[in-house]
Design a protein around this ligand. Structure first.
Ligand SMILES: [Zn+2]
Length: 57
């Protein structure tokens, strides 16, 4: 089981996708970062879902 990549969230991830943001320690350009998200965080405005995790396993 994968867990949500959101900070302070340990719910089960149901979506794989990307968020648009800045990676700490990298250069100052925003970019798409691959993440897993739970039901709640897949609704986030900055989250771009690719597909449900159940389809990848
Ligand atoms: Zn979450």
């Amino acid at each position: 089981m994968k867990t949500c990549d959101h900070i302070n969230c340990d719910k089960q991830a149901i979506y794989t996708g990307h968020i648009y943001g800045r990676v700490s320690g990298s250069d100052n350009k925003d970019s798409f970062i691959p993440v897993n998200a739970c039901d709640t965080h897949s609704e986030d405005d900055r989250f771009y879902p690719d597909k449900p995790l159940s389809e990848t396993e």
